[in-house]
Structures are given as C-alpha cells and as structure tokens.
Design a protein around this ligand. Structure first.
Ligand code: FES
Length: 155
C-alpha cells in the first residue's frame, strides 16, 4: 500500500520535473521589440540593445538582453543589422571615420548596406526585420548560423 501511495505522489511530480526535457518550453524574444523613436535615428547607424521577456517551465524573467542591432534611417528607408559577425560570431562595431562596419576578430569589413568589403566573413551582415509604428521603431531580433554563405535562421 505504501508503494502505491508513493507512486501516486511521485509519478505526477516526476512528469512535471521532466516536462521541459521533451517539450519546447522556452519562449520570448520572437516578437518585434521597440527600440526608440524614429527621430533618434539617422544615416549613421546607431547601436541599440534589444531586451525581451523570457519564460520557461519554471521562470519568467523580464527585460533580458537578447542581443543588439545597428539601426539607421536613410532617405526614408529603415535598416537594421545584427551586431553578430556572420563569420564566427564576434561583436561588430561601426567605425564612423571610415563609415563602415568592422569586426575586430578577423578584420572583416562591411559597407553601410551590410555587404562584405574585406575579410573572411562568408556573407554580409544579417539584416533584421524593422518597422515604423507611428513614429516608434520596432526590430525583430533573430540569430543566424555563423560561418555559412547563406543566411540561415537558428531555431
Ligand atoms: S568573427 Fe568577424 S571576422 Fe571572424
């Protein structure tokens, strides 16, 4: 009788603890995130930090930094690029003097449109979806596979 009683209590508890191992339970960061007013952005790309709420089976954490992007507005056109280098994932900087994006790790360079101009990067900077919502800029932050020629979304 003791074993039956223990099983009645332990079976649901074990299932609850093991649930995240076979289900996709982490979410957050799959939506557009507001990054500022349109008036804050111009031709020179500006770096913005991207925060989102994340939750898994046990926790909900608000405003977790999930990445960063370079945002610019040029001739009425919005652009956003990930700051992650498509070569091996180092952080990209924007060099105002030469007006290009540079990766300090293996010296890849990218022009204002994100195209590779120098170095081993196998593709241009990863463009992110961007929207103007009544004067507020929203960016969809996503991560992409590094070291490959085609832009490939990581799940
Ligand atoms: S990680 Fe950027 S050039 Fe290698």
């Amino acid at each position: 009788m003791g074993a039956g009683l223990a099983g009645t209590v332990l079976a649901p508890a074990t299932g609850l603890v093991l649930f995240p191992l076979h289900e996709d339970v982490t979410s957050g960061g799959e939506e557009f995130v507001m990054v500022g007013d349109r008036a804050q952005f111009g031709v020179v790309p500006r770096r913005v930090e991207i925060f989102a709420d994340r939750k898994d089976a046990w926790n909900r954490v608000t405003r977790v930094r999930i990445g960063a992007a370079f945002v610019a507005v040029k001739g009425g056109t919005l652009s956003a690029f990930s700051t992650v280098c498509p070569h091996l994932g180092c952080g990209i900087d924007f060099d105002e003097e030469s007006s290009c994006f540079k990766c300090p790790c293996h010296r890849s360079s990218f022009d204002l449109e994100g195209a590779v101009t120098e170095g081993p990067a196998p593709r241009g900077l990863d463009a992110l979806e961007i929207e103007d919502r009544d004067g507020s800029i929203a960016v969809m932050y996503q991560r992409f596979r590094q070291g490959v020629a085609q832009k490939e979304l990581l799940g």
